[in-house]
Design a protein around this ligand. Structure first.
Ligand code: NAD
Length: 436
């Protein structure tokens, strides 16, 4: 099948590459000429485990193309995916200008039947708006389908190739048949393709992300309570996670969720609710708790240094909003850096993949280390903000030998508290008693 993917970011590039991997002929369109130039010359633009190999193979075998020209990109395509940004607008609602802008362009270009697919996360009613934006140009032979994406950055290729489920919102039988054919290779193990109406599909994505954000936030509040009551959140987590109704996943407390999806999607669902005169109280609380959670370590750090961070120097491990990605959108690490620098401290950072992105955003606000141990030179304490595997079993002798003081503030509970006590560290984490 000939497919076009408009928007070649985290979702678009994975979507395009994975569809090429099952034999489709894919053209990815992006307005960022620099990105298209790089991709066309075989240079991958995001870090995503496993993606590069598929990208290289499919490009070499002529199934994956890149262009900035929408008209050229959609030529002969049967399906056009919109994998465009839907950032929060000023009032928190999803900004649909990218989606509707491209829909308007498509209205001027379509000449034969095509399926237009909303892959982006979009509020209920967007499929109708996309339909109207195209139809106003007099085009009638097309369908608009809502097909939200559930991939997780860091395991995006695996998620895309073997999805738990594929959600397809359309009432058109013709579009259903085409989408079914396209996705059949991805659900061979028996996971379902769930067909539903457009609105239910659109809401499914927001409900999923909001539920997950709520689950994390609930655990973060339990962690706060654990510290106050003298309990250990690791024990509580195991205690509740073994109940099938709760499940083991997504129960790890930390310094809040970040990324390009949860914060904006929770906000957008609150806004959609307000538009129909409903106050989604739980989600307002989730956002509120999460904002505070990003700076959860700060009072601990301040208390340890007697409320005077001026002239103190910190090493910070982990910048990406989660491991195995270079994505730093809404990353808690950036909030911690801001707070430390505002308090007069200096910071040296290390991240296995996200340093270039951070340099682009905050420049010389911090120093950048080439190695995780080099990062510790002259620091009064180490702060851990992302749970990269490479931080999990570090060389504690190297840490002891390089840090000025044996002090670690761990926002991701990487180490055993008892062990840290034995090693003589002052160690504070989330929802567990401190080792001193
Ligand atoms: P992104 O910012 O990484 O990529 C968007 C791409 O669209 C960019 O390359 C940009 O240059 C391009 N673009 C902007 N305007 C364009 C235009 N007019 N024509 C062509 N290209 C244009 O965004 P993303 O993370 O891939 O997210 C895309 C959508 O998917 C969002 O709605 C997001 O909520 C949703 N989503 C994201 C994830 C994720 O993990 N990142 C997961 C599921 C769903």
């Amino acid at each position: 099948m000939k497919i076009t993917v408009v928007g070649t970011g985290y979702v678009g590039l994975v979507t395009g590459t994975c569809f090429a991997e099952t034999g489709n002929n894919v053209t990815c369109v992006d307005i960022d000429a620099n990105k298209v130039k790089k991709l066309s010359s075989g240079q991958i633009t995001i870090y995503e485990p496993g993606l590069e190999k598929l990208f290289e193979r499919n490009q070499k075998e002529g199934r994956l193309h890149f262009t900035t020209d929408l008209a050229e990109g959609i030529k002969d395509a049967r399906i056009i995916f919109l994998a465009l940004p839907t950032p929060p607008g000023e009032d928190g609602s999803a900004d649909l200008s990218y989606i509707l802008g491209v829909a308007d362009q498509l209205g001027k270009l379509l000449t034969d039947y095509k399926v237009i697919v909303d892959k982006s996360t979009v509020p209920v009613g967007t499929a109708d708006k996309v339909h109207a934006a195209i139809a106003k140009h007099g085009v009638t032979d097309f369908d608009v389908v809502s097909n939200p994406e559930f991939l997780r950055e860091g395991v995006a290729v695996e998620d895309f190739m073997k999805p738990d489920r594929v959600v397809i919102g359309t009432t058109s039988e013709r579009a259903q048949k085409i989408m079914n054919e396209l996705y059949a290779p991805f659900v061979r193990q028996g996971n379902p393709i769930l067909f539903m109406d457009e609105k239910s599909a659109e809401l499914t994505k927001y409900a999923a992300n909001s539920f997950l954000a709520t689950k994390i936030t609930f655990m973060n509040e339990i962690a706060i309570l654990c510290e106050k009551l003298g309990a250990d959140v690791d024990m509580v987590r195991r205690g509740i996670g073994s109940d099938d109704r709760i499940g083991k996943r997504f129960l790890f407390p930390g310094i809040g969720y970040g990324g390009s999806c949860f914060p904006k999607d929770v906000q957008a669902l609150v806004k959609s609710s307000e538009e129909v005169n409903y106050n989604f109280r739980i989600l307002n609380a989730v956002t509120d708790v999460n904002e505070k959670q990003k700076l959860f370590l700060l009072p601990k750090i301040e208390a340890y240094f007697s409320n005077n961070l001026k002239g103190k120097h910190f090493a910070l491990w982990g910048l990406a909003f989660k491991p195995n990605t270079d994505d730093i959108r809404e990353a808690p690490a950036l909030y911690i850096i801001d707070a430390l620098v505002a308090a007069g401290a200096t910071v040296t950072v290390f991240d296995p993949e996200a340093m270039e992105n951070v340099k682009r955003v905050i420049g010389d606000k911090v120093k950048y280390a080439d190695h995780q141990y080099e990062c510790l030179q002259g620091a009064n304490a180490l702060i851990i903000a992302t749970e990269w595997s490479v931080f999990r079993t570090p060389d504690f002798d190297a840490i002891t030998g390089t840090l000025q003081h044996k002090v670690i503030f761990d926002g991701r509970n990487l180490f055993d508290v008892k062990r840290m006590q034995e090693l003589g560290f002052h160690y504070e984490s989330v929802g567990r008693q401190a080792a001193t």
